[in-house]
Design a protein around this ligand. Sequence first.
Ligand SMILES: Cc1ncc(COP(=O)(O)O)c(C=O)c1O
Length: 347
Amino acid sequence: MKTIDLRSDTITQPTDEMIDAIAAAHKAGRFGDDVIGEDEVVHELQDKTARILGKEKALLVTSGTQGNVISLLAQTCRGEEVVVENQSHTFLFEAGSMASLGGLFPKPVEGIRGYISPTTLEKAISVDDAHYAKTSMVVVENTHNYAGGTITRPEQVQALAQVAHEHGLKVHCDGARLFNAAVGLGIKAKKLVEHVDSVQICCSKGLSAPVGSMIAGTEDFIHEAHRVRKRLGGGMRQAGIIAAPMIIALEKMVDRLIEDHDNAKLLYKRLVEIEGLVLDEPDTNIIFIDLRNFDIDTQKLSAELEKRGVLVYGGYGTRTRFVLNRMVDSKDVQYVADSVVEILGGS
Ligand SMILES: Cc1ncc(COP(=O)(O)O)c(C=O)c1O
């Protein structure tokens, strides 16, 4: 039985072209010690990323989590607070890194489909009084994972950034799936980060690279981020070995994300027919279904799907997540939909 893995887009395997790119760079003698700035492939990747994102400079980091915490630590001081959406990855799923590593105080606020409105932000900013922590940053997650791969549009980012900047706050974009947002809107990724001070993108999610994220911003920001990366043990030696597949990810894997979005829509069209099932139409490649009207719980649904060769994450209260990715085609999606119908129809 074939396994259809919808737990995450992080399960995507590298393409043959990515593996060939590593071998080609090795043969051409392009790898060097990146801690002392001597890896040509890393330089190429950093320059390319900065261009794609419309920022002065970019820096290779090991993961999305590391990229986010470096971005926060490089632009804040201990004891300051950071406004985060209350279901955001930086708040919920990064092991409290901003607090434990940066002495930062996360201030969670409620978003609308993951978006922090300018009014919500304005209310969350502490008054300048010695009793309060200074609010110094806000994080935008785009797309927003927990809200269901939702897109924050460029004009929404701009409106939020305007309020943030008026109050002296920095704006960081957790763009682990920024290219899903760009492809979903049919625009360039740089449009989505024009007004933010720093951005983190993941190449190891739907873009299928085996490892690696990038952060980007001004030259000054990257200069400081470089130091923080070193402090966190993120300096790597022949890092071109991970940069080579990341270059392929940025050059060749962005446009195909639309296939994952189309498959998500296909799955939605089938699942929305199930009476009592609560779900939103997907903006991109993530769908959550809510089992609140069913006797079956998410653990049981996951276990039943697993018996049929389908893997999903069921650990979100009454919600189960399906993440469409390159390893899954439209035939697989029909099979997944048939399986859910069969299980829920009998519950
Ligand atoms: C929105 C978002 N931000 C950040 C991350 C962290 O990325 P990584 O797993 O590479 O640390 C993830 C991972 O799933 C994510 O979904």
